[in-house]
Write a protein that binds this ligand. Structure first.
Ligand code: HEM
Length: 518
């Protein structure tokens, strides 16, 4: 008997040691051996960059506080690259416009050279692009397997179902919802001004309204369940923002277990709420024309381009609704916010846009959506704002196979970080007036006179370009038209110019404006 127990104990101990050795090997391989191999391969292929250290990579240098102080809204105020990405601006000086840096044990190929970008994207079809696994894991509660993160044939299927929903004809139905939410916001502004409070933080106002608009246009929030989802989506975003995550560093999630757990639970609750919304919709949708993106997707689930069978499962529909919310509302809200800053500091353009609105819409009380296309100058202003302040400040990809660019090979697994702010502020591409607000650049050229077509990419590039841009164009024009038709505005003395990155490019201290009724 004793011998039997001894043998059992021996076998158990051997199994434990083997398991421990296997675990150590796995950890060593993924945290040390594999990154070292990639590092050496990148070096052999001529990609230089700042020297990483284990296990943080180059994060220490990236998280150092920027010495630069806040800028006043003068001409040079728009020279933001070295203040929002000081480490990239510094590394560019010593390593050029294409180099490798490391987030923890993850290699990132930094790209701010449009010619390199063009050659690289010519080698890869849209469905073969990956998205950095570290970001996919980190933002899973927000995007799940939605279009932003999904890859391969599944991406093709999702994109086929989703693209028709964003057709301008479908979006026009949603214009009334946009007018309704914006008018509610502006009525509140009028009340505040009447009670002698003309200073309004328009950033938070517009972000709230854009959140409401995207919720209405994506999945409808007229029901209690819809309101509930909106509240929880906002809490989820705050929870993920609050957690100080060292993306790319092995086991970094263990540093903030509370937030990680909270985000996971919220993600699950949101999914459940969405699933019941979808269930209700399926029952009530028959015979009714779709009023929002979810309605269009449910309709598209049976017929797309006349073909049957390209469908999304309920969980995939949930992930898409979350993706529209997180991918769509802040980017658009911030585009409008930065526009208000630039119009407040360029009253000539504020007046020009007001004149254009009068001319095109002819002072009609009801806003005619079909005429918005005539607001050409407003279109140039939007392009110029997204050049100076690209609210999506970078585009990310991952190589799913080796990619050849000239004589160099980007190894499979390498992440890519395309620095949109860097390219949009590059004097070699735009000329000496690169940091000036000049919407007229876009008068006769959709690339704003940029010397390289890949140098202007506010909505990304190639087949994975932003699917929601038509919705943004519509919302931007409606919100701005309604604001300019009722108010004039100047910058408040309390404003501090400090653009910063928190996923999107935003004014760190909000945007207080002094607003007057016309
Ligand atoms: C000013 C507003 C917006 C900006 C600056 C913006 C920017 C971007 C960028 C840079 C990408 C990545 C493209 C790439 O990888 O090449 C993207 C993708 C995407 N955007 Fe937007 N976006 C905006 C508004 C919206 C809106 C309103 C929605 C939806 C309601 C939306 C949904 C998406 C989705 C689903 C993708 C993934 C597309 C794919 O990978 O196939 N975006 N956006």
């Amino acid at each position: 008997m004793e011998y039997y127990f001894f043998e059992l104990f021996r076998a158990f101990s051997i199994a434990m040691v083997a398991f421990f050795l296997f675990l150590t090997w796995r950890i060593l391989f993924s945290c040390w051996i594999s990154p070292t191999q990639v590092y050496q391969k990148l070096r052999r292929n001529g990609f230089g960059g700042p020297t990483p250290s284990f296990p943080l990579g180059n994060i220490t240098e990236m998280t150092k506080k920027n010495g630069g102080s806040s800028l006043g809204p003068s001409k040079s105020a728009h020279d933001i690259h070295s203040s929002v990405f000081p480490y990239f601006a510094r590394w560019q000086k010593s390593h050029g416009k294409v180099f490798v840096y490391w987030l923890g044990t993850e290699p990132f190929l930094y790209i701010a050279d449009p010619e390199f970008l063009k050659m690289m994207s010519a080698e890869v079809v849209a469905k073969s692009w990956g998205k950095p696994s570290v970001f996919r894991n980190d933002r899973d509660p927000m995007f799940g397997n939605g279009l932003v993160m999904i890859e391969g044939d599944n991406w093709v299927r999702h994109r086929h179902v989703i693209t028709p929903a964003f057709h301008p004809t479908n979006l026009k139905v949603m214009a009334t919802l946009m007018v309704e939410s914006t008018t509610k916001m502006l009525d509140k502004w009028a009340t505040l001004i009447n009670s002698s409070r003309p200073e309004i933080d328009v950033e938070s106002e517009i972000t709230t309204t854009a959140g409401e608009i995207i919720a209405k246009t994506s999945f409808g929030i007229s029901y209690q369940s819809g309101q509930n989802v909106l509240k929880k989506l906002k809490t989820l975003q705050m929870t993920l923002f609050k957690s100080n995550r060292f993306v790319g560093v092995p086991f970094s999630k263990l540093f903030c277990p509370k937030q990680t757990r909270e985000a996971k639970m919220l993600g699950k609750e949101i999914d459940q709420l969405f699933l019941s919304i979808i269930d209700d919709r399926k029952k009530s949708i028959k015979g009714q024309p779709p009023q929002d993106l979810l309605g269009l997707l449910l309709r598209g689930n049976t017929h797309v381009d006349g073909r049957l069978g390209r469908t999304l499962t309920p969980q995939e529909l949930v992930d898409e609704c979350k993706t529209f919310f997180f991918g769509g509302h802040e980017t658009t809200a911030l585009a409008i916010t930065w526009t208000l800053l630039l119009l407040a500091t360029h009253p000539k353009w504020q007046n020009q846009l007001r004149d254009e609105i009068r001319e095109v819409l002819q002072d009609h009380k009801e806003l005619d959506v079909n005429k918005l296309g005539g607001l050409k100058k407003m279109g140039w202003v939007m392009n110029e704002v997204l050049r100076l302040y690209p609210t999506a400040p970078n585009v990310q990809r991952q190589a799913r196979a080796d990619i050849r660019v000239n004589e160099q090979t980007i190894p499979k697994g390498t992440n890519m970080w395309i620095d949109v702010v860097g390219m949009h502020h590059d004097a070699a591409l735009w000329g000496e007036d690169v940091n000036e607000f000049k919407p007229e650049r876009f008068e006769n050229d959709i690339y704003g006179g940029c010397k390289h077509k890949m140098g202007y990419v506010p909505f990304g590039f190639g087949g994975r370009m932003c699917v929601g841009r038509n919705l943004t164009f519509l919302e931007y024009k409606i919100v701005l038209t309604l604001i300019l038709s009722r108010f004039s505005f100047t910058i408040s003395p309390n404003y501090t110019h400090s653009p910063s990155i928190l996923l999107s490019l935003r004014p760190r201290h909000g945007l207080p404006l002094i607003i007057k009724p016309l």
